[in-house]
Write a protein that binds this ligand. Structure first.
Ligand SMILES: Cc1cc2nc3c(=O)[nH]c(=O)nc-3n(C[C@H](O)[C@H](O)[C@H](O)COP(=O)(O)OP(=O)(O)OC[C@H]3O[C@@H](n4cnc5c(N)ncnc54)[C@H](O)[C@@H]3O)c2cc1C
Length: 413
């Protein structure tokens, strides 16, 4: 059996390995000259900047991605963050458990109860997280905390996600734990996967943009890049909208096309900063609920010093890019936040890059809370990547959990 994988992003790589293990001959087509998509590194002035992600895995060494890497023997060391996260409020950094203590007594009790319901996954409402939270605690800091978490972890604000999805995420954090940094950053993960794929006989064709996914009699049967390659299974890692275009919309029922059209991406801005000293000094996330735009920061060089030149640090901030806002203005506000958060920013830090992620290179192709399965109405065509994250799983752990489902779909073909 032959499988063609369109796109060598994280989803495409994990799926390629899974299919090789099932005995398929696998060819991976990648439009760029390198693998990894939004989860690899490019070196700039000696710093390992990423093509997308903030060099973090949401559930560190205990989530679905780490589990898949272990299962496939792709050797990656993941440094679990310690502390997992701190929240800067009133100029001081607080652990998650300390947050209720920042509120007046009545709100403190209400917030404690709300957090309890979330972390036990006991919220099943479709109303937005913002609406649900306002009914639990009216204090404005509660909403700012919610927005900084949603902005950092999902690149949306709390009005854009159902409360039941936040509860599913909170429950997973409670059981699987918080983030971790892979040694070597994003590239450490994707390079290990490429090596494992090649060791199992998988083939990569780079600089090869797939222009057509051939569908005959309702079945995917070839991919067309520089030449036409017949296959039994086509795995698309390029997102549902681009996949429909490559197949031709006439091959899908109207309701599926409408479902795909309703999906929304999550957009954001990442600012990468070179520092001559540690600005955070820990391996976790600093959430910044009181900043105007920046939702949070990390300093991954505390986990892997190799991501920056000797003695230097790489600090990264993330902020949501909401529709209709000016990118230039948002970047200016983000940089202003960095100066406000660190009074000695000008003395020790230099902005290396401010990058905007949207359109065909977003933070998430489908924002958390909207769901799409890997199966499609075209037989033999399967979707993977961050448009296909099962509920409760964020970012790359969502990609890995989605690939698990996609492999089950292939099993049933
Ligand atoms: C700013 C930012 C911060 C993030 N932070 C984190 C984080 O800290 N932790 C985390 O877990 N996740 C994070 N993410 C999300 C994470 O990067 C993505 O979820 C993940 O990398 C998506 O992988 P994917 O499998 O969907 O593939 P993609 O990375 O989208 O790869 C798709 C590949 O397909 C190729 N391609 C496209 N069209 C074609 C074609 N026609 N033919 C052949 N190839 C094609 C592309 O070149 C690309 O290589 C972040 C993302 C961004 C942008």
């Amino acid at each position: 059996m032959r499988a063609c994988v369109v796109g060598a992003g994280l989803g495409g790589l994990l799926m390629a390995l899974g299919l090789l293990r099932k005995g398929y001959d696998v060819t991976v087509y990648e439009a760029l000259s390198y693998p990894g998509g939004r989860f690899t590194n490019r070196t700039y002035k000696g710093f390992s900047l990423s093509t997308g992600a903030l060099h973090m895995i949401p559930h560190g060494s205990r989530g679905p991605l780490a589990e898949a890497l272990r299962r496939y023997g792709a050797g990656v060391e993941i440094m679990d963050s310690e502390p997992e996260g701190l929240f800067r409020v009133g100029g001081e950094d607080h652990l998650f458990e300390e947050l209720p203590g920042l509120f007046p007594l009545v709100d403190k009790l209400k917030l404690g109860a709300a957090l309890g319901k979330l972390t036990l996954g006991m919220v099943r409402s479709d109303e937005s997280f913002e609406t649900w939270l306002a009914k639990q605690v009216r204090h404005p800091l509660a909403l700012r905390l919610a927005d900084s978490f949603c902005g950092w972890a999902l690149s949306i604000d709390s009005s854009m996600i159902p409360s039941k999805e936040v509860a599913a995420i909170a429950k997973n954090i409670n059981t699987l734990g918080g983030p971790g940094v892979p040694v070597g950053g994003c590239k450490g993960v994707t390079d290990a996967l490429v090596e494992a794929i090649q060791a199992e006989g998988g083939e990569f064709i780079y600089k090869s943009r797939v222009k057509k996914i051939g569908v005959e009699d309702g079945r995917a049967c070839y991919v067309g890049a520089s030449e036409k390659k017949p296959c039994d299974v086509v795995v698309s890692n390029i997102g549902p909208k681009a996949t429909l275009d490559l197949c031709g919309q006439e091959n899908f029922p109207r309701r599926y096309i409408d479902e795909i059209r309703r999906l929304r991406e999550a957009a954001g801005i990442k600012i990468s900063v070179a520092c001559d000293k540690a600005m955070l000094g820990h391996t976790g996330v600093l959430f910044t609920p009181e900043a105007e735009r920046v939702c949070g920061l990390n300093e991954v060089t505390n986990a892997d010093p190799g991501l920056a030149p000797p003695g230097r640090h790489l600090l990264m901030s993330h902020q949501t890019l909401l529709p209709g806002r000016s990118i230039r203005e948002e970047i200016k506000l983000g940089i202003r936040d960095l100066h406000a958060l660190f009074p000695d920013f000008g003395e020790h830090c230099r902005v290396l890059a401010a990058q905007c992620y949207r359109g065909s290179w977003p933070v998430n192709r489908v924002m958390s809370g909207q769901s799409l399965g890997p199966e499609t109405p075209v037989e033999g065509l399967v979707l993977v990547g961050d448009a296909v994250k099962p509920g409760g799983y964020m970012e790359t752990d969502g990609v890995a959990a989605g690939v698990r489902l996609a492999l089950d779909v292939v099993e049933d073909l």
